[in-house]
Design a protein around this ligand. Structure first.
Ligand code: NAD
Ligand code: LMR
Length: 325
């Protein structure tokens, strides 16, 4: 057994956390030889409900779960944290775009960034799930100048998983067998699920599906899947979001040579301005996300990536104008 890892989860009484916490407590992020301590952050009125969540976690008798702290203070929640899942934020309703949440949710992330900066462990890894995730991650990073930019990420893994699942259904293959899929850009309807490099069983996916299906069914279906879930389920995705958050953090910690889509702080590759939190093709090595370099882009890809850059720059300008960064 190694030293316990301290994992902070915000929005601990919410619907995503009700799945996420059980996966973390089961050892699905750091592995079966690493005990975990959970630091649960909620707003004050939800502390009672968080107590109930903690009681159920204890009743689950997880062998790796060592301690649970419940607090409404970010400084306490992030004290010594090795990983932080920033989930706590309002979800959108039917007919709303995620960017409409910026006014309500943006202000949550500056103080949390500062608390991470001042209190987290040196190896802190941050995954922002609360929407609009990319720009909320940008705000968090802006308030944590002592933490390397590479430690701030936003979730594109749900979009990635949706994409390989749609391909799996179309081609009658297990979704986990697809390689080199990427979802570029923003976790919004502008995102670009890109099959240009994707393969299955050594064959190019673009040779196996009709271009018309790719452009007019696949891309909009994946990009608008969140809205479709809200329409059908009546609430935004929760268990699938939690599962994708675990996939993201587990791969980041434990490493993978398989391409994943992660929104990371851009290094300027592929025409994405440095510092934007942008969905890119990544692999995880030695505890770090690495952006897959040297891919040739065609005009269609460049156009779709540029649309995401424009959208994220306008969100960045809006939060700058609002004094959030
Ligand atoms: P929810 O309303 O069920 O839970 C959110 C919780 O956050 C609530 O318990 C609330 O009290 C808490 N909260 C609010 N402000 C907080 C703060 N300042 N500090 C700590 N906790 C705070 O919502 P949910 O369904 O769990 O979704 C949470 C967020 O995740 C939403 O913004 C949603 O849109 C987003 N989401 C993102 C993805 C993605 O792929 N990035 C996927 C699904 C949902
Ligand atoms: C999702 O993609 O399911 C989440 O971002 C929730 C939403 O608002 O669509």
């Amino acid at each position: 057994m190694t030293q316990p890892k301290k994992i902070a989860v915000t929005g601990a009484a919410g619907q995503i956390s009700y799945s996420l916490l059980w996966r973390i407590a089961n050892g699905d992020v750091y592995g079966q030889d690493t005990p975990v301590e959970l630091n649960l952050l909620e707003i004050t009125p939800a502390l009672g409900a968080t107590e109930g969540v903690a009681m159920e976690l204890l009743d689950s008798a997880f062998p790796l779960l060592r301690n649970i702290t419940i607090t409404d203070k970010a400084e306490e929640a992030f004290d010594g944290a090795n990983a932080a899942f920033l989930v706590g934020a309002k979800p959108r309703g039917a007919g709303e775009e995620r960017s409409a949440l910026l006014a309500a949710n943006g202000k949550i992330f500056g103080p949390q960034g500062k608390a991470l900066n001042d209190h987290a462990a040196d190896d802190i890894r941050v995954l922002v799930v609360g929407n609009p995730a990319n720009t909320n991650a940008l705000i968090t990073k802006a308030h944590a100048q002592d933490i390397p930019a590479e430690r701030f990420t936003a979730m594109m893994r749900l979009d990635h998983n949706r994409a390989i699942s749609q391909l799996g259904t179309k081609l009658g293959k297990p979704s986990s067998d697809f390689e080199d899929m990427v979802v570029w850009g923003n976790h919004s309807a502008t995102q670009f699920p890109d099959i240009t490099y994707a393969t299955i069983d050594g064959q190019k996916v673009s040779d196996l599906v009709e271009r018309e299906w790719y452009l007019n069914e696949f891309i909009p279906r994946v990009a608008k899947r969140g809205a479709e879930i809200i329409e059908v389920r009546g609430k935004s995705s929760a268990a699938s979001a939690a599962s994708s958050a675990v996939d993201h953090m587990r791969d980041w910690v434990q490493g993978t040579e398989k391409w994943c889509s992660a929104a990371v702080s851009s290094d300027g590759s592929y025409g994405v301005p440095e510092g934007l939190i942008f969905g890119l093709p990544t692999v995880a090595r030695d505890g770090k996300w690495e952006i897959v370099q040297g891919l040739e882009l065609n005009d269609f890809q460049k156009e779709r990536i540029a649309a995401n850059v424009a959208e994220l720059e306008s969100e960045r300008d809006a939060v700058k104008a609002a004094g959030l960064i």
